[in-house]
Design a protein around this ligand. Structure first.
Ligand SMILES: CC(C)(COP(=O)(O)OP(=O)(O)OC[C@H]1O[C@@H](n2cnc3c(N)ncnc32)[C@H](O)[C@@H]1OP(=O)(O)O)[C@@H](O)C(=O)NCCC(=O)NCCS
Length: 173
């Protein structure tokens, strides 16, 4: 069963294997939150420990976030203690997230795709968004990403517009 798990060093080996798998794809790993640390992502245990701490601080609404970073819950998508991907739920939108990024981002490691993990993880994130008191969430994807578009549409996403190659969907909660 797919679950959203709070990042923990207990899953370090599986997290590292997951991150390593994304090396075959260009660009940053969606929803991994590695941008919270000001250096290139690594798979070392030390880096993972720093990332787990940064993710905890980013979710803590008592702590002020630096410019350009909004409070967010970052989860590791897991199945039976295997890290199969990442999901981030932003607590609110700034101007940039309103254009692209939205409330929820996700990625599933290549070897575990097309097994329903993204769909299930997104549905679990919608439950968490309700807990946070949100009444609708914005989820975006690029126009040339049919897998993500299907994931959003299956969760009830209604397309508002497409701008500069980015599809913007709202999901009512
Ligand atoms: C997008 C992504 C998260 C989908 O993950 P996944 O676990 O394979 O998705 P699921 O198995 O839950 O499938 C969700 C839907 O997408 C469809 N789908 C999955 N891969 C697809 C593909 N390559 N082409 C077309 N449709 C696809 C599935 O059939 C399913 O549709 P359905 O609900 O109509 O049955 C994954 O491909 C990924 O990590 N891509 C790279 C990162 C990324 O693009 N993140 C999103 C940024 S907006």
């Amino acid at each position: 069963m797919t679950a959203l798990t709070r990042p923990t060093l207990d899953l370090y080996d599986s997290w590292a294997a997951c991150v390593a798998e994304f090396a075959s794809e260009p660009g940053h790993i969606h929803a991994s939150a590695t941008w919270l640390l000001d250096r290139a992502p690594e798979t070392s245990q030390g880096y993972c420990a720093e990332l787990v701490a940064a993710i905890e601080a980013n979710a803590d609404t008592r702590r002020t976030q630096r410019d350009g970073i909004v409070h967010a819950d970052t989860f590791w998508v897991t199945q039976d203690d295997v890290v199969v991907g990442f999901l981030q739920l932003r607590h609110h939108l700034d101007a940039r997230l309103l254009r692209v990024g939205g409330h929820i981002g996700y990625s599933i490691r290549p070897s575990h795709r097309r097994r329903g993990h993204a769909s299930q993880a997104l549905n679990l994130a919608l439950d968490r968004a309700r807990e946070l008191g949100l009444d609708r969430v914005l989820v975006t994807c690029h126009d040339d990403n049919p897998a993500s578009a299907r994931t959003i549409e299956s969760a009830g996403g209604v397309l508002e517009d497409t701008s500069a190659g980015v599809r913007r969907y709202w999901i009512e909660l």
